[in-house]
Design a protein around this ligand. Structure first.
Ligand code: PLP
Length: 363
């Protein structure tokens, strides 16, 4: 069998460092926040080329807190894309604001900057580009439009740890950047985790309060807050894993290059790395009109794969109240029917990649 991801292989590569980090948290009893989490916040912010990091208990919580810190609430509109994981849109709804969708760019599968201005109204408060599959959205035009209309930009960087746009890291260009450390992400905890990056100390202060019941001093609750704190164990584990991240990204990029060169001349379209991008290949996503049949063929050869995502958010039943219908985003809808994610993780072998491509060619 060829796995889609193999978290066990990764653990075995760093077992001693992880085990000793976990043991040290057990001895310290700093199970919630604490010094490991504080150190991780500094180290990850540094990695992202920003001043501050606020660690939380999931990527969804990171988005929610970033939106609240940005002052987004009922009556506001927030522009994002329908081709994303549901959490981007759910977190907008948690604040009481209304998500407004725009179409994607066909090459990058990220927000098409040319579609943004038509979606702006006098209620629009922010733009939320999603750095999908490990490649950043086209940030220069997005920032220009945002500044022109006095809007905030919050990057959904949940799939883009270490990704770059013209040499600048994901999470460092918008007003706030949101990361997930769900186990399968490029930097994954052993449980749930998330973090918000920003250069704005006011946002940091608000988010530190909101993640811990709205209190700066224990039991003095100035804001209506949440329990969004990161666990000490996850902070310690993420500090260890952050030291390996660049090496893992390079391995992913090498796997992607091999896939793409072997797929040349086949009937499937490989992902396109934009000129502006340093793609970190959270997912390696090919496109073919015969997707469903190809998926069956791979499954019959025990090659795991995935579809990210089969139903765009504007067509999900949970968000039917937004009033969108099939046909509103034709490109997004067509791409959702044609994409397939191939096995991708740092420890994947070249022999496995060759076998996957042979199965595609045989099909
Ligand atoms: C994973 C993900 C999230 C949510 O992160 P969780 O840690 O699972 O809450 C948000 N947005 C995108 C694009 C994601 O891939």
């Amino acid at each position: 069998m060829i796995r889609f991801v193999d978290l066990k292989a990764q653990y075995h590569g760093i077992k001693e460092e992880i085990d000793s980090a976990v043991m040290s948290v057990l001895e310290s009893t700093q199970f919630v926040l604490g010094k490991e989490v504080a150190s991780f916040e500094e180290e990850f912010a540094d990695y992202c080329q920003v001043k501050h990091g606020v660690a939380v208990n999931s990527g969804t919580s990171a988005l929610h807190l970033a939106f609240l810190a940005a002052g987004i609430g009922p009556g506001d509109e927030v522009i994002t894309v329908p081709n994303t994981f549901i959490a981007t849109v759910a977190a907008i709804c948690y604040t009481g604001a209304t998500p407004v969708f725009v179409e994607m760019d066909e090459k990058s599968f990220t927000m098409d900057p040319q579609k943004i201005e038509a979606a702006i109204t006098n209620r629009t408060k922010a733009i939320v580009p999603v750095h999908l599959f490990g490649q950043m959205a086209d940030m220069d035009p997005i920032m220009t439009i945002a500044r022109k209309h006095n809007l905030l930009v919050i990057e959904d960087a949940a799939q883009a740890h270490g990704a770059e746009y013209k040499g600048r890291r994901a999470g460092s260009i918008g007003d706030l950047g949101c990361f997930s450390f769900y186990p399968g992400k490029n930097l994954g905890a052993y449980g749930e985790g998330g973090l918000v990056t920003t250069n704005n100390p006011e946002y940091v202060k608000t988010m530190r309060m909101l993640r811990d019941w709205g209190a700066e001093t224990k039991y003095y609750h100035d804001l209506k807050g949440y329990n969004y704190r990161m666990e000490g164990m996850q902070g310690a584990i993420l500090r260890v894993k952050l030291r390996h991240l660049e090496k893992w990204i390079e391995a992913r990029r090498a796997h992607a290059a091999l896939y793409t060169s072997l797929l040349k001349g086949s009937s499937v379209a490989p992902p396109q790395e934009m000129d502006y991008a340093h793609h970190v290949y959270h997912l390696y996503v090919i496109r073919t009109p015969q997707r469903d049949a190809l998926q069956k063929a791979l499954q019959s050869k025990d090659i795991q794969n995935g579809i990210h995502y089969p139903i765009p958010v504007h067509l999900q039943k949970a968000h039917a109240d937004l009033g969108y219908k099939r046909g509103d985003f034709p490109l997004t809808e067509q791409v959702a029917d044609e994409i397939l994610s191939l096995p991708m993780y740092a420890e994947l072998s070249n022999a496995d990649i060759r076998q996957v491509v042979e199965a595609i060619q045989a099909f």
